[in-house]
Ligand binder design. Structure first.
Ligand code: BG6
Length: 511
């Protein structure tokens, strides 16, 4: 199905990858954005700063409104004040009163419990008023920044009231369900009221410039694709490391753990982008068709190849930090994992027998997200090499964050007499090459949704395939009790994670 004219983010990004690219795009139609869960952390730390950044660049429609909905009682003025504070604390741009005034003028707040009968009525009335006052034309975006248990009620109630004359889209935050079964059920409920083209399941990693650059790197350059396969690549390592702990989110994290918080979504998406076949074009359907195919082919070869961990007390940057079980709100005997590493295979012609080692953890030594493509060694180096280092394989390293960029590790001759070889890096750094700040992922994704472009959002079948991979990994976890904690905060995870690679004669990269 090709409902919209072809647009090519590859060309767009390659030629004009940052702000200019965003500016060159269309402005969305008038609309009202309703945020459910508006008193939460995500709204303050990500959503409002992103809306402010869009307003700052004049990328929002003139007729625009933001309606915050949450259980906390507060007035619209109090909500505005909180959001102004959030913008002051978290926005990437300077605070400009005129930009803020324009955005704040379209803000409303409704304190209501959506489970109550009257909740939906309040929201609907407010949106009708907003249409009159702001000229938003009945166009609606519902942003569900609420736990999965609250999604269903909101979807059913807002879904029933579709006759506004405008379009309606719904953005669903992760976690999308808790396992395959609950995700399927959620998909069914949402699809009973919304068409797939109106559903935007968010995975904010897809909004990151450097993640999109993975597509550009692979499909806009002729040199990588011929060697992007099992014949030339020895293995792939994907790391999402965080030095942060759970940041007071015990309620959520105790149920999610690292596997549902990061592995099921961000990590599997990075793996899918690395492994997918070239799409025939860059429409939402073509890109997502290819990702689904590769996710369907992904699996771990068995429980021995999955490692989970939980951090104990330790040091980060020289400071004492508590263990996971000592964090506020965490059960003293919690079995929740804060670290997962796994070996995955992708059973297709391109990747058969090529391991993808992927890992994520909290309280690791530093924040770092990378995709490392390690190539096979040169078949027969004709040198009499006197340095071990000289024999290291080539690695293409995609730095997603921080220090965004790409680097290629190659062997080079050390100047001087004799023949010593050392690994050096050819580096491309975003900051140096483009000299503009990178937009936040949420800016790109909110704007795409307002424009109706779902390319960077997860489709129903994609999210279900991701759960299928995870369900198979966690099934054996129900049968045993792990010995937690099994790594100290500030270290690179449990020893078993090292062994996972050592067994294959490999080791994790220390960047
Ligand atoms: C979120 C997780 O999805 O991603 C958090 O819920 C995590 O636990 C965050 O800290 C990491 O995102 P980023 O963009 O900082 O890498």
């Amino acid at each position: 199905m090709r409902s919209r004219p072809r647009r090519s983010p590859v060309t767009e990004l390659a030629e004009n990858p940052l702000l200019e690219g965003l500016r060159a795009r269309r402005t969305p139609e008038p609309c009202a954005l309703t945020i459910f869960g508006a008193s939460g952390d995500l709204t303050q730390r990500k959503l409002l700063p992103a809306l402010y950044a869009l307003a700052f660049r004049r990328l929002l429609p003139e007729q625009f409104a933001v309606v915050g909905v949450a259980r906390t009682e507060m007035s619209t003025d109090e909500f505005r004040e909180r959001m102004r504070q959030a913008v002051g604390d978290h926005a990437r741009d300077e605070f400009r009163q005129d930009v803020w005034d324009e955005l704040a003028a379209g803000m409303r707040y409704i304190g209501t419990d959506f489970a109550d009968e009257g909740g939906e009525e309040h929201v609907a009335n407010c949106l009708n008023e907003v249409d009159g006052e702001r000229g938003t034309g009945g166009n609606r975006v519902y942003y569900l920044a609420v736990p999965p248990s609250a999604i269903e009620t909101i979807v059913v109630q807002m879904g029933r009231r579709r006759a506004t004359g405008g379009w309606t889209r719904v953005i669903v935050e992760k976690p999308f369900g808790h396992d395959l079964e609950s995700a399927r059920r959620l998909n069914e409920v949402i699809r009973a009221y919304f068409d797939e083209s109106e559903i935007f399941r968010i995975d904010h990693y897809l909004g990151k410039e450097t993640v999109q650059n993975m597509l550009v790197l692979r499909f806009a350059n002729g040199i990588f694709e011929p060697i992007w396969n099992r014949q030339f690549i020895d293995h792939v390592q994907i790391t999402v490391a965080e030095s942060l702990g759970i940041e007071g989110r015990a309620d959520y994290y105790e149920h999610a753990g690292a596997i549902r918080d990061i592995f099921q979504n961000h990590l599997l998406q990075l793996a899918a982008l690395t492994a997918m076949e070239p799409p025939i074009d860059f429409t939402a359907e073509s890109v997502r068709n290819e990702k689904v195919k590769v996710l369907r082919a992904m699996h771990t070869p068995g429980p021995k190849h999955v490692v989970r961990g939980q951090y104990g007390p330790g040091f980060i940057d020289g400071d004492d930090v508590p263990g996971y079980r000592e964090e506020e709100g965490v059960a003293p005997d919690s079995q929740t994992e804060t670290y997962v590493a796994a070996k995955l295979f992708v059973d297709n012609w391109r990747w058969a027998d090529t391991p993808f080692y992927i890992r994520t953890g909290k309280r690791l030594p530093r924040r770092e997200t990378t995709i490392a493509i390690e190539f096979k060694r040169a078949p027969h180096p004709p040198f009499d090499v006197d340095s071990e280092d000289g024999l290291r394989p080539n690695v293409l390293l995609v730095h997603i964050q921080p220090d965004e960029g790409v680097s290629l590790a190659i062997g080079a001759k050390v100047p001087g007499q004799g023949l010593q070889i050392r690994t050096v890096h050819m580096d491309f750094l975003y900051g140096g090459a483009f000299r503009v700040g990178l937009p936040e992922a949420y800016e790109r994704l909110i704007l795409d949704c307002l424009l109706g472009d779902a390319t960077l959002f997860t489709r129903a079948d994609e999210v279900e395939e991701q759960w299928a991979v995870v369900d198979a990994m966690v099934a054996p976890w129900k049968r045993d009790r792990p010995h937690f904690p099994n790594y100290a905060a500030g270290t690179w995870g449990p020893r078993a994670a090292e062994e996972l690679l050592h067994r294959d004669g490999r080791s994790w990269r220390r960047h």
